[in-house]
Design a protein around this ligand. Structure first.
Ligand code: NAD
Length: 307
């Protein structure tokens, strides 16, 4: 029997934990010994209204299963209040799962400022506020795990979701930098890209597919990413139906549009070399901003040497 992964003594915030994916995460962490702050403002799927009942019912479920949990009804936009609940109730914070989310789907031309701002506030500012409030505790204890929730809509685009896609890719950039800033303090940040049956997807996914997309099949991947034995940091992990895979940006080998230093670059040079610029056969991932810049410096060096 392999050793069970436990979270005894750990305190976990799961935002938007009153339903869908967040509920599944909270129940799993709760069943593995963690104390959970079940955050949910209990609003509608478009960010309207509020109610304490969804968070309360998940807290009740966790406690009925023998776990420890407390409810928090604040919006993630006031994430410091969620962290305060963790500290006041359990005395520490170890893991933040930024999961709360809403949709305001409209075709691009029809997106209002309100549709844009609300989506960015809940997804991006919410993750910023909640994680930033937990950060000093993570730094001090030299331990922390952060999950942000992206979407295939961000990674690949999706009709009618320009606001949501932008916010979800914003979170990837956010996580990339937190992974760098937290690394030396044993604070690891990763991105989960789920596909699951929930109220956000009930009218989007075909019914036969929908019923197979259980959030419980994604929660174990999130739990592992948050475990102290997991050293994954700065990764994008897609997960659905019990499958999980890593995803990253790759760059083509590219093509130098200049032959010597004194050459200018014209639009025609770009046109005439476009097949080489976009040839992905030797594409690779740059591990860091330094590596990405260094390769460009190498091109410059080569040009200087040949001139
Ligand atoms: P869901 O609607 O079932 O759950 C989201 C929860 O977040 C709700 O209970 C809601 O009340 C809560 N919430 C909304 N705004 C909040 C706020 N300001 N503060 C606190 N809580 C708030 O949706 P879900 O499908 O479980 O989505 C969870 C996350 O996963 C979201 O970030 C969503 O964008 C993302 N996601 C889901 C899918 C999918 O297939 N379900 C795909 C990609 C990304």
């Amino acid at each position: 029997m392999p050793e069970e992964l436990r979270f005894d003594g750990r305190v976990v915030i799961v935002t938007g934990a009153g339903a869908g994916l967040g509920r599944a995460y909270a129940l799993l962490f709760g069943s593995r010994g963690a104390s959970i702050v079940v955050n949910d403002l209990g609003g509608g799927r478009h960010g309207d209204g509020s109610s304490s009942s969804v968070a309360d019912s998940v807290v009740k479920e966790i406690r009925q299963n023998g776990g420890k949990a407390v409810a928090n009804y604040d919006s993630v936009v006031e994430g410091h209040k969620i962290v305060d609940t963790a500290i006041k109730t359990f005395g520490r914070i170890d893991i933040v799962v930024n999961n709360a989310g809403i949709l305001r789907d409209k075709s691009f031309a029809k997106i209002s400022d309100q549709d844009w701002d609300l989506i960015h506030n809940v997804h991006v500012k919410g993750a910023f506020k909640t994680t930033q409030a937990a950060w000093p505790y993570f730094k001090k204890q030299k331990y922390g795990r952060v999950i942000v929730t992206s979407s295939n809509s961000g990674l690949y685009g999706n009709f009618g979701q320009a606001n949501y896609s932008a916010a979800k890719m914003g979170l990837v950039g956010f996580a990339n930098t937190l992974a760098i800033e937290g690394n030396s303090s044993n604070i690891y940040t990763n991105v989960i890209v789920p596909t699951a049956a929930s109220r956000l997807t009930e009218d989007i996914l075909p019914p036969d597919f929908f019923k197979e997309l259980k959030p419980e099949l994604i929660a174990p991947v999130v739990a592992w990413l948050c475990h102290e034995n997991c050293s994954e940091n700065g990764s994008i992990i897609e997960a659905a139906v019990g499958w999980a895979g890593k995803c990253h940006l790759i760059r083509s080998a590219g093509c130098n549009l200049r032959k010597k230093m004194s050459d200018a670059v014209t639009p025609e040079d770009a046109r005439d070399n476009w097949a080489a610029v976009t040839d992905m056969t030797k594409a690779k991932r740059c591990e860091s901003i330094q590596e990405a810049s260094m390769e460009v410096f190498e091109v410059l060096k080569e040009l200087q040497e040949n001139s």
